[in-house]
Design a protein around this ligand. Structure first.
Ligand code: CU
Length: 141
């Protein structure tokens, strides 16, 4: 009867794994939620059936968003009509665009290129065509 050493070792290993997973998730959560202080805010608006963008200086773009490499950007994502979902698969940006509510997401692209933007929430007849492009440019300044 009683618990032998191997059982206590097993319990200790299970507790160690749980602590490891917990700390790791906490770190990743922090990484995802801590927006860098110098991040530029980009207003993203979804509507049937295109995306529009407004930079911090007031510049507006439709469907194609131009950003600079190695800068942090914070998206404020909203919708003018129905539910959409703002998705840049290559940069793991994926956030619902909800009418009457602003959702946040941020990223910092570190590679020049052109990447697809798409709507990931069925939003009506032309949902399939609610696409755009993200153009990440070299920062010359
Ligand atoms: Cu949509």
């Amino acid at each position: 009867m009683g618990h032998d050493t191997s059982e206590w070792v097993f319990v200790a290993i299970v507790i160690a794994i749980l602590i490891y997973v917990g700390v790791d998730s906490w770190n990743i959560e922090k990484l995802l939620e801590d927006v860098p202080a110098d991040a530029e805010t980009i207003k993203v608006t979804g509507q049937q059936w295109f995306w529009s963008f407004e930079h911090a200086d007031g510049t507006k773009e439709i469907s194609t968003l131009h950003l600079k490499m190695n800068h942090a950007y914070k998206f404020e994502i909203g919708s003018k009509d129905v539910m959409h979902s703002f998705n840049i698969p290559d940069w793991v940006v994926f956030q619902d665009a909800v009418p009457g509510h602003i959702n946040h997401s941020w990223f910092s692209p570190n590679e020049v290129g052109t990447y697809p933007i798409q709507c990931r929430e069925y939003c009506g007849l032309l949902h399939y065509n609610m696409r755009g492009s993200l153009v990440v440019e070299n920062d010359k300044s």
